[in-house]
Design a protein around this ligand. Structure first.
Ligand SMILES: [Zn+2]
Length: 66
């Protein structure tokens, strides 16, 4: 189940919730109980930078038995 991050439109508090699609409509701010919340970008566990591209194999240099 994905984690959704929300931001309260009233107090500006940010919070993330682990909810299903059907529960999206009943989101309340945990700080001020406001329903004016905006969904932010989803938080996925894709941390970490990508390493540099792996060295490409040279086709022309490869030894082939012609
Ligand atoms: Zn709030």
């Amino acid at each position: 189940m994905p984690i959704f991050e929300y931001k309260c439109g009233d107090c500006g508090s940010k919070f993330d919730l682990l909810i299903s699609n059907s529960e999206k409509k009943d989101i309340q701010c945990p700080e001020c109980s406001s329903t004016r919340v905006e969904q932010q970008l989803s938080l996925f566990n894709t941390g970490g930078k990508r390493t540099s591209a792996a060295p490409m194999k040279c086709d022309t240099c490869s030894i082939s038995g012609g």
